[in-house]
Design a protein around this ligand. Structure first.
Ligand code: G3H
Length: 198
């Protein structure tokens, strides 16, 4: 059966300083993950003669993370704006500490209802779920895709395929430097995780 592979981008410069959003480059460790990704994919088991397509967002950190995978495997790549990270609006580029200080009411409101909270000038998880609809539709009729994207976006895609109510997507555990392989089975979606040794 066909599988879907999911991965966050490798650690970014912004991850290192705890800032959200932005369009930073991957860090040295992130680059090590990008280099490890082709082997991780092989380890996860790819059916013979299988053509795989790489989907990334339009942001640097996902494109850089897929670079070696693309070069070594010659998989085709597609960049989707709809896979860009949840837009944190006026909070883009801030740390959570700075957000709590500058926008205390917003910070509390998000804590209260993380799924519905929409950043000023930005998005909520609910908004992301809606903009992912075309992605999900395309995925449903595609064979063997690896998606390299962002935490919030992956949480929503993951919840969808694991049949978890979308309201719970903000709390899905999608760690860095871990390849997730999902394979639909008769009884539900089989999940395997492969952690990079970096
Ligand atoms: O920058 C956004 C993060 O990837 C999402 O994290 O929704 O838990 O704040 P959060």
């Amino acid at each position: 059966p066909r599988s879907i592979w999911l991965s966050r981008h490798g650690e970014s410069e912004f991850n290192l300083t705890g800032r959200i959003g932005g369009d930073s480059n991957i860090s040295e460790r992130g680059e090590a993950y990008a280099r490890a990704l082709p082997e991780l994919m092989r380890k996860s088991g790819i059916p013979e003669n299988t053509k795989i397509v790489i989907w990334t967002s339009t942001l640097r950190r996902t494109i850089q993370s897929a670079r070696h995978l693309k070069a070594e495997t010659h998989y085709e790549t597609l960049e989707w704006k709809a896979l860009d990270e949840l837009d944190s609006g006026v909070c883009d580029g801030l740390t959570y500490e700075q957000i709590a200080e500058k926008y205390p009411e917003d910070f509390a409101a998000r804590d209260e209802d993380k799924y519905n909270y929409r950043y000023r000038g930005g998005e909520s998880y609910r908004d992301v779920v809606i903009r992912l609809e075309p992605i999900i539709m395309e995925l449903e009729r595609s064979e063997n895709v690896i998606i390299v994207t962002h935490q919030a976006v992956l949480r929503c895609i993951y919840a969808y395929f694991m049949n978890v109510p979308q309201e719970q997507s903000p709390w899905m555990e999608v760690p860095l430097h871990t390849l997730i392989k999902l394979t639909p089975r008769a009884y539900g979606t089989e999940e395997q995780r492969f952690k990079a040794d970096i």
